[in-house]
Design a protein around this ligand. Structure first.
Ligand code: UN1
Length: 495
């Protein structure tokens, strides 16, 4: 196997991406004053992007108010047909979306293709929600009368999304928002404006009215405030850091809006002494180093039973050394760069804090040495060992850094799992029924896995966390809780 420090050739000719654009009732030709740079080689300008002004954000809100009325009048089952058509268009354009995602945020193309495929699956799932039972009937304490519950759209929704899944996360918020009859204003991360433009185009081409889906690309400092505070906005759904999510929530909830914030994680993967080690180590590689660790569901803390600790450390050190770091469009690469300079800086600082707190670097730990990678935001995949305290154990470090901590038994695994402020996902690898069940029932994360990686998201199951990982209702299978208002109807038919 080639090793991480071997030369990797950066591809010479990159595909040209279309420009990012704003959509406010129609596509807008703003001047393009932001450059989108390839995080794997910042000498490459891969696209250009507009910057929406505050006035345009205000206009988008007015358009979305009209869009909300127009779109909610379309019967839910017909709205579902439009979403189904969007899923087909996303499937047709999957390669274009995947290339854009890789060029903008750096993940290996195979991962971007996987993300596009999951977006298709998620949209397909939401295309059917209009056919689901919406509520229940109930008696009233009077003759000739009956009550029932129904779900209504909430109205205009601000959708604020990150760069780590630039196709899948905007999609998994847009699809249910629209399926349930709301209008959407999407503000994607500044890192990935072209991917967002292409995704919005899929929904418009599928038949979503122009007024029901707006796209605002720009700086939070310029337009963010409008998306959180305009009186016409009913709800804000956000994915990103806990720090930003809490600020958004404080502002928007304070103004009486609904907030759904899916935030940080410090997810533990437990390996017991009776685990299938091959499978457990595969899960660490996928969950810890996939997307260069830039997932809120990443397995960043591996709690390893002391009886297998040495073997796990040895085998993981070897596997980490075999990861091929490079440009996401180069064949055979399985570790891309971090998405931006600030992302790399944050991760390097987290690593320094981890080491200062007593962690030992057993693999990686520095920027990529290969001269071809010197112009990108690369960090060697890094493995740490150390005490179950300090930054490596408790801080979300959003990069390819995984730390190993030794545990004695299931009690300690559960205690350490629950000790951190986050509560998104957790996993245990074991063949012991009691250990598995205790882990399920005694841990406090929103999602818990047995003999499965910590990552992943099924369209029909709730996706969400507890504690510092989430505010408001979960996503995906629980999306209706955020995107609809449950109302009760009280009907008398003799009067
Ligand atoms: C996954 O684990 O595949 O931002 C999905 C994130 C999550 C999505 C993770 N909201 O990483």
């Amino acid at each position: 196997m080639p090793r991480a420090h071997e030369r990797t050739t950066i591809i010479n000719t990159l595909p040209q991406l279309p420009p990012a654009r704003l959509h406010i009732g129609g596509w807008i030709e703003n001047s393009h004053n932001a450059e989108v740079r390839d995080p794997a080689d910042t000498r490459n300008i891969v696209a250009s992007a507009p910057r929406a002004t505050r006035a345009q954000a205000i206009e988008a809100v007015q358009v979305a108010v009209r869009g909300s009325l127009e779109w909610r009048a379309v019967p839910a089952i017909q709205r579902g047909e439009v979403i189904r058509r969007a899923s087909e268009i996303i499937a047709e354009r999957a390669e274009q979306l995947a290339v854009a995602a890789t060029l903008e945020m750096g993940k290996p193309i195979a991962e971007s293709r996987g993300e596009a495929a999951r977006a298709v699956e998620h949209a397909r799932y939401f295309s059917t929600v209009g056919r689901e039972a919406q509520g229940y009937t109930a008696n009233l304490n009077e003759p000739d009368a009956q009550a029932f519950t129904l779900r209504s759209p909430i109205g205009v929704v601000s959708v604020i999304t990150p760069w780590n899944f630039p196709i899948m996360i905007p999609n998994w918020k847009i699809a249910p928002a629209l399926a349930h009859g709301n209008s959407v204003i999407l503000k994607p991360a500044e890192v990935s404006p072209v991917t967002a433009t292409l995704l919005v185009q899929c929904y418009l081409d599928a038949g979503v009215p122009a007024s029901a889906l707006s796209l605002l690309i720009g700086k939070s400092s310029e337009i963010g405030d409008v998306l959180l505070t305009a009186p016409e906005i009913a709800g804000v759904t956000f994915t990103g850091s806990t720090e930003v999510g809490r600020k958004i929530s404080a502002t928007a909830v304070g103004l009486g809006k609904r907030v759904q914030a899916e935030m940080g994680g410090k997810n533990a993967l437990v390996i017991m002494d009776d685990a299938n080690l091959d499978k457990a180590l595969e899960a660490v590689m996928v969950g810890g180093f996939g997307t260069s660790g830039q997932r809120c569901t990443s397995s960043s803390r591996i709690l390893v039973h002391e009886a297998v600790f040495e073997e796990v450390q040895r085998r993981l050190t070897e596997a980490v050394g075999q990861l091929r770091v490079g440009h996401g469009l180069t064949a055979g690469i399985n570790a891309g760069p971090l998405a931006s300079e600030s992302a790399l800086e944050d991760v390097m600082q987290g690593l320094e804090r981890a080491v200062a707190d007593g962690a030992t670097v057993v693999a990686g730990g520095s920027r990529a040495e290969d001269s071809d990678l010197a112009n990108g935001w690369f960090l060697q995949p890094t493995l740490l060992t150390g005490p179950a305290t300090g930054a490596a154990f408790s801080e979300e470090i959003f990069g390819p850094i995984v730390s190993l901590h030794s545990i004695k038994d299931i009690d300690e695994a559960i205690r350490l799992n629950n000790e951190v402020e986050y509560g998104l996902s957790a996993s245990i690898y074991t063949s012991n029924l009691e250990a598995a069940n205790r882990f399920i029932f005694e841990t406090d994360t929103g999602m818990v896995h047995v003999n499965r990686p910590t990552v992943g998201a099924e369209p029909h199951l709730p996706f969400g966390g507890s504690k510092a990982s989430a505010i408001g209702p979960s996503e995906l299978g629980a999306a209706h809780q955020f995107f609809t208002k449950t109302r009760s109807a009280h009907v008398r038919w003799k009067f």
